[in-house]
Design a protein around this ligand. Sequence first.
Ligand SMILES: [Zn+2]
Length: 310
Amino acid sequence: MRVKLDPLFEYRHCPNCGQNDFIVLFDSNMKQDDFQEGIESVYMLPGGKYGRHVKCRNCHLIYVNPIEKGSKINEDYSQRKSVDASIIRESRLRAAKSQVELIKRYKKGTNLLDIGCGEGFFLFNASRAGYVAKGIELSQDAAAYAKREFSLAIEARAFEERQFPENCFDIVTLWQVLEHLPYPLAILKEVHRILKPGGLLIVSTPDIEGIPARIFRRKWWNIRKLHINQFTTKTLTDILQNAGFKNVSPVSYKESISLLMLFIPMLRYLKIYEPLKALFHPSTISGKIMNKLVLPYPSRLDNCTMTSFK
Ligand SMILES: [Zn+2]
């Protein structure tokens, strides 16, 4: 169904090149009520709700147009609850270790900022590896979890409201963040400003030309309400270069998903998660077993991950 013109929505020019010349790839499947729901908790499940996807004729970036007003999006993220944090913890910590291995390949300094750090799984591992790691996160609940569980210094606010000094970080990371941002180019330019000369930026975002995206098409798990920019290696390279970054190149690291992370969304979808939830808690034997059963895969299978430098 077509999204109605509404003051709650915002029509965007291309978030990369700024042109307003696009073709519609597919329409939204959302009804008015779907917009009121806030952040959906289901992840990695094919067949979700999504906005109207368009493709820029000039730079070929795929983006959602219109989107909900940026202020409403930020408000929703700030209210997001960390419902499954303790259950997905082991699996996310495992993946975070290989993210840290990736940054260690580049002999940069130790002053690191993770934007959209969520529950702090990556930051925790980065701190243990010797990085002086700061995080910024919109979700109050996720930031509270990171402080409580890992004693991390997290600022619970929007990155665009926080003016860090120029040239102050050796490394900035954006793990699965860029696809959520109404104005990704403005954020990348700000990241460029706060990085030291020669500093490293790592960005990882779903790849709409990856194998799962090609198989599942509109039912791909990353076609979902909250993902409002869809990148390819080429369009991600373009936007990074537009923001001033140099030596942009794709990399891959070892991702993994535990059986738990595959099962929970399915059970939620079937509405039988709540009665069975106790079985999955990591303190139970069944929870421990499910957490140990892990499917490793190279991140490039489903994501574009790029390194670039100021
Ligand atoms: Zn464009």
